[in-house]
Design a protein around this ligand. Sequence first.
Ligand code: ADP
Ligand code: ZN
Length: 292
Amino acid sequence: MAARIGALEAGGTTLVLAVGDAKGNIKEQISMPTVEPERVVPEMAQWFADKKVDAIGIGAFGPTVVNPNNPDFGKICFTPKPGWSYYDFLGNMKAGCDVPMGYDTDVNVACLGEATFGCAKGLDSVCYFTVGTGIGAGVMVGGQLLHGMLHPEAGHILLNKLPYDPGNSVCPKHTCCFEGLASGPSIEARWGAKAVDLADRDEVWELEADYIAQAIEIYVTCYSPEKVIIGGGVAHQEQIFPMIRKKFLTYLNGYLSTKELDDIDNYIVPNSLNEKQGILGCLELGRRALEG
Ligand code: ADP
Ligand code: ZN
């Protein structure tokens, strides 16, 4: 009988739970709000236990410890979310449903979903950015999702703030980081309107595209991905993609020459799985945990 795999995409606002198979077919899916863990984690573990899953893949909001060699693996780090600071997320899931579990960040599972089932299928080095309320990146290099001391914090790489930028960074720690200058809230603070209502303002997206292009240039030169994928709410502004590609090539200034870069329209692309990349990546993470 085909393995039943559980998938848990734990976002800062919503928890999505699904059961599916190794081929990416989701058979059942529910969601619940991200309330205090004491209330919701035992309930989620019980849901998976009732479904008799053979393994679970968890993609968790951060910051969280994703390096399996770290004694705090599976714990959430300090967070303003009530009850979640230092909470042993993986340990408490295991206490309620003792099956093999994979555990990674929400953006790494989105990257894995695209690399397994989506536009990066068959590639083994991929960068996935989410540009929404926050900014993060999932990075796969040589088929492995990148971990380190914690996990990459793409939102806080420092960029060149453009002299004609009328706004200020919204990051409390940095005056010119990617998230501070380009997240949805930073767009809204700079222009005084909801990002979704600014669709026809070219200057908004020219500036946004510039910061995203700067960040991609850094990631491409550091990790050499075969494809760069952008998701999150801001990626719904599709007009931004041609601007990002053009500015990225300008920043790169001919320094690299590859067949992937020659096909830039297929190199920097929007996410391809209709917002299912995260939950499908969790499914693949669960499958990998089952294989051991
Ligand atoms: P989250 O990051 O909270 O998981 P999203 O990726 O949807 O969720 O990001 C939400 C943010 O993205 C909003 O605060 C808003 O600034 C921006 N956003 C959402 N939808 C759009 C849109 N259609 N166009 C531009 N910006 C959007
Ligand atoms: Zn910052």
